[in-house]
Write a protein that binds this ligand. Structure first.
Ligand code: UT7
Length: 331
């Protein structure tokens, strides 16, 4: 019997309609379009403005797009893994709320908290379910409503984040296509540079925590930047080396969209020209767990069966990693 690999067989995405441009931010904090564009590459980001709406409300249309494309009923989904740091609620898992909203009555699901590497970690986990032979239809969704945890008076942090969702369907493949290899890493000593101070079990929500703005993302940008440049580039280069590949063998780099300078450094290290790098940071900013699947969503039509893709991410935790996959269908 041929080996079972886990292939992405469909992609869906969703970004809210409301745009928050650099020029809008100029009116909110002491910043300017030129600084944001040259330091990050971002021009605008999407914001989920409607009150009472959360991450599940973006994940649902992304998954429904997959169901439409595959002419598939939600009851066929066996598992939903939702990568997010902005769940609808602390519990239950947003994956369960999503399952209920789309009618995935036969699916089990849970959330994965690995910040910007969340989608990559969830993809690897979902792939092992498929590779085991036990499951045949796994949804992996990366979604974040970063606007829910951003302090729009903190100019260094508020300019980079946005809201959005992307999802993929994983199915078994016997032609050797799909996920080939992954290197995933975590280092909890990096937590001090990027975290949310209150609302967890160490510091439950109180009037004091709200007044101290401790429910917003805290980021020491420069420190994170340094680790991100090295982490994402190192792991991507290591992945190529251990699979005996060079930049010439790679059709696309799919990098986490946190800062254009981090993306450029990773591409350079891998010996990849800009034309082979998916970049949509200018339109969406950093959607945390949403960036990688949103790239696949935007580039789906250009992808060809057999293309080698490297997905790479770095984020809070610290968490980072890279995944090599062979695309399974013509876009
Ligand atoms: O998503 C996963 C994890 N996150 C990341 O990967 C993000 C990594 N970090 C970054 O992308 C960058 O560090 C930022 C975009 C967040 C900040 O850029 P930076 O080039 O590291 O800026 P900085 O914090 O070193 O600040 C440089 C200067 C400072 O002024 P002085 O002290 O040199 O006079 C800041 O006060 O730029 C100033 N500055 C700004 N000026 C205009 C900081 N933010 C702004 C701003 N507009 N929005």
């Amino acid at each position: 019997m041929s080996k079972i690999t886990a292939a992405i067989t469909a992609v869906g995405g969703y970004v809210p309609e409301t745009k928050l441009t650099n020029f809008d931010l100029e009116k909110m904090v002491d910043t300017n379009d030129e600084w944001i564009r040259t330091r990050t590459g971002i021009e605008e980001r999407r914001i989920l403005r409607e009150p009472g709406k959360g991450s599940s409300d973006m994940a649902v249309p992304a998954i429904q797009e997959i169901l439409r494309k595959k002419n598939m009923d939600a009851s066929e989904i066996e598992c939903i893994i939702c990568a997010t740091v902005t769940p609808d609620m602390v519990f239950p898992a947003t994956a369960n709320i999503i399952a209920d909203k789309i009618g995935a009555v036969n699916a089990f699901g849970y959330d994965m908290s690995a910040a910007c590497s969340g989608f990559l970690f969830a993809l690897t986990t979902g792939a092992t379910y498929i590779e085991s032979g036990r499951f045949k239809k796994v949804i992996v969704v990366g979604v974040d409503k970063m606007s829910a945890i951003i302090d729009y008076t903190d100019r260094t942090t508020c300019i980079i984040f946005g809201d959005g969702a992307g999802a993929v369907l994983l199915e078994p493949n016997t032609e050797g296509l799909g996920i080939q290899d992954s290197i995933l890493r975590s280092d909890g000593s990096g937590a001090k540079y990027l975290h949310l101070k209150a609302g967890g079990s160490v510091k439950p929500a109180s009037v004091e925590t709200v007044l101290a703005k401790e429910h917003y993302a805290y980021q020491e940008g420069q420190a994170v930047f340094k680790f991100a440049v090295k982490g994402m580039a190192d792991v991507s280069a290591e992945l190529l080396e251990r699979n005996h590949l060079t930049g010439d063998d790679i059709a696309w780099l799919v990098p986490h969209q946190a800062n254009l300078r981090i993306i450029d450094a990773t591409a350079n290290r891998m010996g990849l020209p800009k034309e082979k790098v998916m970049i949509n940071i200018q339109r969406y900013g950093n959607t945390t767990a949403g960036t990688l699947p949103l790239c696949l969503w935007d580039w789906e039509k250009q992808l060809k069966k057999g293309d080698n893709l490297v997905l790479a991410a770095f984020g809070g935790g610290f968490t980072w990693g890279a995944t090599l996959l062979k695309w399974a269908y013509d876009g």
